[in-house]
Design a protein around this ligand. Structure first.
Ligand SMILES: Cc1ncc(COP(=O)(O)O)c(C=O)c1O
Length: 452
């Protein structure tokens, strides 16, 4: 039966089909964000995949190991650069050594600490170029030098948190593997893995036996790169202009100013602990800034800021679970940290406004003065890590019974004393009790003004 599909009409919707040659790998011709290798070399040493997590799993499966090999994994890693290596170690019976950090407030990938973990059995070291929690930049070249003292040791760097902020010269860094995700570099959901040409013979091909194995992509990519998304990458690269190094340098300078504004504000509040590099120097950090506020949950804080303003940032462990649990010692890793991260398109004016939003919040959570009638508040009585029972006081039933302010105070003290609750949530309290009095004499850690 003849096709009812108008093939010519269908083809007319695809402009690329109207040229003689349909070339679907433009991105392979550009320098794909890595600076150092020439374009021809790039074709050989890059693999494109759907995510950094997937690419590193492919790499871990394809890399050749020997019995007795040791893997050294940084606790600062996003899990994407840890779980592939942990899985392969379990499967092959290899040893995993953890590279931790001594300062829980400013954890770093310290080459000196690394040295003591390395031996001639070391096959791989995996660490981040910048932590997606702390924003701190790791001294990758120094680390590579320490790793390469051992002849079989390879260095695998996760560049996802750094790549949106800096141009990456894989040759100058002397890394063996380097991965990042295009969706963090203003592009589509694709990721890219580099493997130094000197290690290609150490990677087995995952492809069918009859397929060529000349390039990294042929070895690691189980299908073809997603053509449609890959086509968009040259457009992203074009965004950096004819002199990308200058553009990147300008971005870094601008971001340094942004991070300085926020870091100064955070440092001025004694209840806020920044986790990561305290200096705003662009040599030391990228604008990924995480912090915890003593006595306040990270998720609650983010929700509250979102409720009051147009700012959107995140809380949680952002898949760097081991860093927050094992290095920083956070008790509630799921609640995690508050993380604010900027890109070069953020403006100083907006970052200052963010500070103002937080300052407003600071005022309303201070001594409890001046809360308007009809306000709904949450009182955090103490920092006891007891089971949280939220007691709702419905104004008709309970507040009515507590006619005076001192009754209320005694009730709150009673709850705190009996450890019944960590949070006592009081609805419409001020409707019944004028609370313009000073609550500072109570052992309140904070009072959240929820709604006026
Ligand atoms: C530092 C870091 N590494 C790896 C990843 C995972 O990237 P992908 O989603 O491409 O697997 C992320 C994602 O946020 C990240 O921040």
């Amino acid at each position: 039966m003849a096709s009812t599909l108008d093939i010519s009409a269908a083809r007319s919707h695809f402009p690329a089909l109207q040229q003689e040659q349909v070339y679907m790998d433009n991105a392979g011709e550009t320098n794909l964000h890595f600076y150092g290798p020439d374009d021809f070399e790039i074709m050989l040493i890059i693999s494109i995949g759907i995510s950094t997590t997937q690419l590193l799993h492919n790499l871990a499966t394809a890399l050749k190991f020997q019995p007795g090999d040791e893997l050294v994994l940084s606790k600062l890693n996003h899990e994407a650069n840890t779980s592939p290596w942990v899985h392969i170690a379990e499967r092959l019976g290899l040893t995993v050594k953890w590279w931790a950090a001594s300062d829980p407030k400013n954890p770093v990938c310290d080459p000196v600490e690394l040295k003591s973990l390395l031996s001639d059995k070391t096959r791989l070291v995996a660490c981040p170029h910048a932590s997606n929690i702390t924003g701190t930049i790791s001294p990758i070249r120094n680390i590579a030098d320490v790793v390469h003292v051992h002849s079989r040791a390879l260095l695998c760097v996760d560049g996802v948190a750094l790549a949106p902020h800096r141009q990456v010269d894989v040759k100058a860094l002397d890394v063996d593997f380097y991965a990042f995700s295009w969706y963090k570099v203003y592009g589509p959901h694709l990721a890219q893995l580099y493997a130094s040409s000197r290690v290609h013979d150490q990677i087995q091909s995952l492809g069918h036996f009859f397929k060529p194995t000349d390039t990294l992509d042929l070895k690691l990519n189980l299908a073809s790169a997603n053509y449609e998304l890959t086509q968009s990458i040259p457009e992203v690269v074009e965004y950096f202009g004819s002199d990308p190094s200058t553009t990147w340098a300008q971005m870094a300078e601008h971001e340094e100013r942004l991070q300085q504004i926020l870091l100064e504000f955070l440092a001025s509040n004694s209840r806020i602990d920044v986790i990561g590099e305290p200096s705003a120097s662009k040599e030391l950090r990228v604008p990924v800034i995480s912090f915890v506020v003593q006595g306040a949950g990270s998720q609650r804080l983010v929700e509250e800021v979102e409720r009051r303003s147009a700012f959107g940032f995140r809380s949680g462990h952002m898949y760097s679970h081991r860093l927050l649990a094992d290095v920083c010692g956070l008790e509630d890793v799921e609640d995690g940290v508050v993380r604010v991260s900027f890109l070069h398109y953020n403006t100083g004016e907006w970052v200052s406004r963010l500070d103002d939003t937080n300052k407003d919040r600071g005022r309303s959570t201070g001594a409890g003065r001046g809360i308007a009638r009809g306000t709904r508040i949450v009182v955090v009585v103490d920092s006891l890590r007891t089971r949280t029972i939220t007691i709702w006081i419905h104004f008709i039933k309970t507040i009515h019974a507590m006619k005076t302010f001192s009754n209320f105070v005694n009730f709150v003290r009673f709850c705190g004393f009996c450890r019944f609750s960590h949070y006592i949530q009081i609805a419409y309290f001020a409707t019944w009790l004028p609370c313009s009095g000073d609550l500072g004499h109570l052992n309140f850690l904070e009072i959240h003004q929820l709604e006026a």
